[in-house]
Design a protein around this ligand. Structure first.
Ligand code: ATP
Ligand code: MG
Ligand code: FE
Length: 391
């Protein structure tokens, strides 16, 4: 079936069109720039941007795909989870289109769509099931077991506080780096933000690995859960201690609690008490803090994903969400998967971040199976459960 999908759950206004498992177009506008000065997505700002973008994006997608509304067989829209006000814009637009064309409309689950996108990825060998899916973005951190993309999705674990991308964003802000934080921290970790160009040492600062003690891993409630809020606090303590170390003595070691400073590799002391010069945070190199932070996040994500494979006996992993752009995560996940004979699949990055093609892909799969459409009376659900694939 020829299906148009609309995605507005966060800050991307996405419209995608697929014909069965062939991707025809994936048109995305983002309001990311409008959130920069706030250091994170502001729901009201995102909703307003969706209202402006949704019409033009639909027109552009149809034009790019070379089809008209009359050619379509069905419509799909993200019904949740996501920001309510943002979801409402997409749902209202989709319902308007459905009402005027008489096309069936499917209200679908955003998380399932992040996985379903691999059905239409141009380089995809086809979505392999069963698979473990690791979804990591600014709003999500989940490990899912996918037996079937429509009928059998199980949440194995999720973050109990901040999402992985959110942790990058908040810590970047703390370090004085630009939003979005993920790419900024990666650049800093690679040593690209100071003159030396020397990559940071990921073992320089021992940041906490949330919910990863032996006791946590034995507890079925925590085994696949994540906690990233402690990282912010640890990063703050590290910065404070590093700056204090400069005012006290140039190479002073700090008492930073759980995030103790274990190395002073290449520390450039600014010489000015409490001040951070380019490339250094007090007694520490910015690159070292960034690399250590990145390592802490990647470490738990990779470890728990492979634990999920071991527990379920599933030998396929699919990575999705905006944090898939993190090179260290892809590298470490690939290494670990390879080591234990697990096949890793990472869709092209423009299909990992929020987009309309993933919604169209899931809509087409649901339509092909002959499921009843959602009608015009459904609401948006900001915390829609992952096994509610179709509302
Ligand atoms: P949702 O949570 O609904 O998927 P979102 O808009 O929050 O939506 P995305 O747009 O998919 O998520 O991804 C944005 C997030 O990904 C931001 O938090 C950003 O910091 C993070 N990110 C992007 N690039 C990288 C990177 N190289 N390393 C780490 N995180 C990254
Ligand atoms: Mg986004
Ligand atoms: Fe998403």
């Amino acid at each position: 079936p020829l299906v148009l999908g609309i995605e507005t759950s966060c800050d991307e206004t996405g419209v995608g069109i697929v014909r069965g498992r062939t991707l025809l177009t994936n048109t995305v506008a983002t309001s990311m720039d409008e959130h920069v000065r706030f250091g994170g997505v502001v729901p009201e700002v995102a909703s307003r941007a969706h209202v402006q973008s949704i019409g033009p994006m639909i027109e552009k997608a149809l034009a790019d795909a070379g089809v008209t509304l009359d050619d379509l067989d069905a419509l799909a829209v993200t019904a949740g989870p996501g920001l309510s006000g943002a979801l409402m814009v997409g749902a209202a637009a989709a319902k308007g289109l459905a009402a005027s064309t008489g096309l069936p409309l499917y209200g679908i689950n955003h998380l399932a769509a992040h996985v379903a996108v691999d059905l239409v990825a141009p380089d995809s060998p086809g979505l392999h099931t069963p698979t473990i899916a690791l979804l990591v973005s600014g709003g999500h951190t989940e490990i899912l077991r996918i037996g079937d993309i429509v009928d059998d999705i199980e949440l194995l674990g999720a973050t109990i506080d901040d999402a992985a991308g959110e942790a990058f964003d908040k810590t970047a802000r703390l370090l004085g780096l630009d939003y979005p934080g993920g790419p900024s921290i990666s650049r800093a970790a690679a040593g690209l933000l100071d003159e030396s160009g020397v990559p940071g040492d990921p073992t320089a600062v021992r940041f906490p690995r949330g919910l990863s003690t032996k006791k946590d891993l034995r507890d079925p409630e925590r085994r696949f859960s994540f906690s990233f809020s402690g990282l912010k606090t640890a990063a703050l303590r590290t910065v404070t201690a590093a700056e204090a170390a400069v005012s006290a003595q140039p190479t002073g070691t700090s008492a930073a609690g759980e995030a103790s400073v274990s190395g002073t590799s290449g520390a450039i002391s600014s010489g000015t008490a409490g001040a951070s010069t380019a490339g250094s945070v007090g007694a520490l190199r910015l690159a070292d803090i960034a690399a250590s932070f990145e390592e802490a996040v990647v470490d738990v994500l990779v470890r728990k994903t492979l634990l999920a494979c071991a527990d379920t006996g599933i030998d396929h992993v699919l990575l999705g969400g905006g944090v898939a752009a993190n090179a260290r995560l892809r590298e470490r996940l690939a290494e670990r998967c390879e080591a234990v004979g697990v096949t890793l699949r990472v869709p092209p990055l423009d299909l990992c971040t929020d987009n309309g093609a993933m919604v169209a892909a899931l809509g087409a799969e649901i339509a092909a199976r002959g499921s009843a459409a959602s009608g015009l009376g459904f609401g948006v659900l900001s915390s829609l459960e992952v096994d509610d694939v179709l509302v």
